[in-house]
Design a protein. Structure first.
Length: 120
């Protein structure tokens, strides 16, 4: 069970680190040209905040368990990222866009949280 936790954690961390880093590094217009039309519904600072939360969440998935300092924060981070992805799915549904990527990340985050809590 611990191996599955680490595999899912690594996948989620890479996904959120990449997505968040992109939102932090690129202006909203560049994100929009890459197919992220939802940025029109948010201010530039909100988009940067979303990116920062994703990056912090990715770090929170890995570091607490890896360093064995407050390891309960890893599954808590997964739950927080799941909540964020539920919000992302809602935004996509309202915009009549497919919510599938956000929904998949939300489910994987919940599974990771459950495995994290179960494996101690």
């Amino acid at each position: 069970m611990t191996l599955v936790f680490w595999i899912l954690t690594a996948l989620l961390a890479v996904a959120f680190l990449g997505a968040g880093g992109m939102k932090l590094a690129q202006p909203s217009e560049a994100l929009k040209s890459r197919g992220m039309g939802w940025v029109d519904d948010f201010s530039d600072s909100s988009v940067k905040l979303i990116g920062a939360v994703e990056v912090i969440g990715a770090v929170g998935l890995v570091l607490p368990r890896l360093m064995d300092i407050a390891p309960v924060l890893s599954p808590v981070s997964a739950l927080c990222l799941a909540a964020m992805m539920v919000g992302a799915a809602v935004v996509h549904v309202r915009r009549k866009e497919p919510p599938t990527p956000a929904a998949v990340l939300a489910v994987l985050s919940v599974v990771t949280a459950v495995l994290g809590f179960a494996s101690g």
